[in-house]
Ligand binder design. Structure first.
Ligand SMILES: O=P(O)(O)OC[C@H]1O[C@](O)(CO)[C@@H](O)[C@@H]1O
Length: 523
């Protein structure tokens, strides 16, 4: 398999020569109906409002073939070392099903290892939810609190919020889930002050077992339990750990139980491993979590298809490359028209920017072309009343990714002025796509909308566990394919180390560093 930089690709040179399609001329009902690809879990990717024509699609297929994008995905799931920076396999797909060959590493079958952890999580969550496992003072657990940061927080938190409404309306018994991530002591305090500690189970999540924020928050929790004055409460019976077998946390005796991941699951790709499985199975029950995994696995299987027009994640990735590297747009907005996805853009920020925010290729050589875009987003319609002004009339063009659903989760609605709230929500979504694409001419320049602002849409009937699993996997696979196109390693994160090292130096008295000292005296 050959790895080469994007600027050495002949298909990429052809792509650069193709002018963008003028959306104001090409957007039509036929085009909207024709331009879509199934993404799994009932989710469909629509790209009619992207500035590309049949010639672009032909060249994107050539680019995909020339760079062996699906071949690289196949190699990844077959167990080739794709995290070159850390010399590790990349196995998060295996946490939701077998996509490639069986993979053996560290003397064990990795599929069997993830499956065994999942079965252990099923047994544990069933026992907690049924009351077979109780808190140390005999109370049933009603709240779970995840303590973790980055990938040990953002994905599970976003997914919990995404499915809470669906589970409630499906009459699934819920355990309340809360999250503590920031080392700001006010984050932990805001959660701790409202808890009934006797009926709370804490989930300490750190793959490395060394993340200072997480260990500090664990100690704040232990301190709160010690200071609670509750007779007979045993902190060790109120905490479980999710970590890797090689981490310092693995041997801890101060937890009720431990669940394991390994070095082949990157933090930001860990939502489908024990990192997400424990909290989501406890909160919603294992069956809901399993349905979510099935949605993700379906998307993973679809992503193997070498035909670009039939592979939603690959197509989304390649269209993103066209926007980033040919049209030179530096930003992408993620706009879910679903309140349940309120934290999903925050998860995608880590997924995309920690993966592809790189300036060297997988061999450590400087790249001469732009890589991962800046990602930001908010749920519509709230965003419309905030930053959409710049999106419509600002000097930069920001490509947009809309996410929408025909039906709400709670299915409780009201008709006001002839339409339900869900109809109003989706009317806004549709209106925005068209407003961005077609614009509006006006004699008054202040009221002029230039149009030609590209967008895509991921939509399904309802945000249920399968659709959510497919949505998550769609983005993971998109980011992976873009990393292949840019010839970088999407699976390490050296860029977050320097700040950690300097913070430790500050805590250690700055060690003679005058610049650090001057700044530290400000606070
Ligand atoms: O699970 P851990 O080892 O505590 O790491 C937390 C997070 O820290 C990071 O390494 C970056 O700071 C993320 O990639 C990761 O998700």
């Amino acid at each position: 398999m050959t790895f080469k930089n994007l600027d050495t690709s002949s298909a990429f040179k052809q792509l650069q020569a193709l002018p963008a399609s003028d959306l104001k001329l090409v957007l039509s009902p036929d085009r909207i109906k024709a331009c879509h690809a199934y993404a799994g879990g009932g989710l469909t990717y629509h790209y009619g409002a992207m500035p590309v024509a049949q010639e672009h699609m032909k060249v994107l297929q050539q680019l995909s073939d020339e760079l062996s994008l699906t071949g690289k995905y196949q190699a990844l799931v077959d167990g080739k070392v794709m995290n070159t920076g850390e010399n590790r396999l990349v196995l998060h797909h295996l946490t939701r099903g077998q996509v490639g060959k069986s993979v053996t590493a560290d003397g064990e079958d990795k599929g069997a290892f993830y499956q065994a952890q999942l079965e252990k999580i099923k047994r544990f969550s069933d026992q907690v939810r049924s009351g077979a496992i109780l808190g140390s003072t005999g109370k049933k657990f009603s709240t779970v609190v995840q303590i973790g940061i980055g990938g040990s927080d953002l994905g599970p938190r976003a997914l919990y919020l995404a499915l809470k409404g669906w589970c409630t309306s499906s009459e699934i018994e819920l355990l309340d889930a809360q999250f503590i991530s920031n080392v700001d002591p006010d984050d932990a305090q805001a959660v701790l002050q409202n808890l009934d500690l006797e009926s709370t189970l804490f989930i300490l999540v750190s793959k490395s077992g060394t993340t200072l924020e997480t260990l500090t928050n664990r100690d704040l929790v232990f301190q709160a339990i010690a200071e609670s004055g509750i007779r007979g409460i045993d902190p060790a019976k109120h905490m479980v750990a999710v970590t890797s077998k090689t981490s310092p946390l693995a041997a801890s005796s101060s937890v009720l139980d431990s669940f394991f991941i390994d070095d082949y699951i990157g933090g930001r790709y860990s939502s489908t491993s024990a990192v997400g499985a424990v909290v989501l199975s406890l909160a919603f029950g294992f069956e809901t979590f399993k349905a979510f995994l099935n949605g993700a696995h379906e998307a993973d299987m679809l992503a193997l298809n070498p035909k670009v027009e039939e592979n939603a994640a690959l197509l989304d990735a390649l269209l993103g490359v066209y926007l980033r590297n040919v049209l030179q747009y530096p930003t992408t907005a993620i706009l879910p028209y679903s309140q349940a996805l309120s934290r999903f853009p925050a998860h995608l920020q880590q997924l995309d920017m920690e993966s592809n925010g790189k300036h060297v290729n997988r061999d450590g050589q400087n790249l001469s072309y732009p890589t991962g875009p800046v990602i930001f987003g908010e749920p519509g319609t709230n965003g419309q009343h905030s930053f959409y002004q710049l999106l419509h009339q600002g000097t930069d063009i920001v490509p947009l990714q809309f996410i929408g659903f025909s039906e709400s989760q709670y299915q409780k609605d009201v008709v006001v002025e002839g339409s339900t709230s869900q109809e109003k929500l989706n009317a806004n979504l549709v209106a925005q796509i068209v407003a961005f694409a077609l614009g509006k001419s006006d004699g008054n320049a202040n009221k002029q909308f230039a149009g030609n602002r590209p967008s895509s849409l991921l939509c399904a009937r309802q945000l249920d566990p399968k659709a959510l699993g497919a949505l998550l996997a769609h983005y993971e696979n998109k980011v992976m394919f873009q990393g292949f196109v840019w010839n970088l390693n999407s699976f390490d994160q050296e860029g977050v180390q320097l700040g950690k090292v300097l913070a430790a130096k500050v805590l250690d008295g700055c060690k003679g560093d005058e610049v650090l000292k001057a700044f530290s005296e400000l606070l």
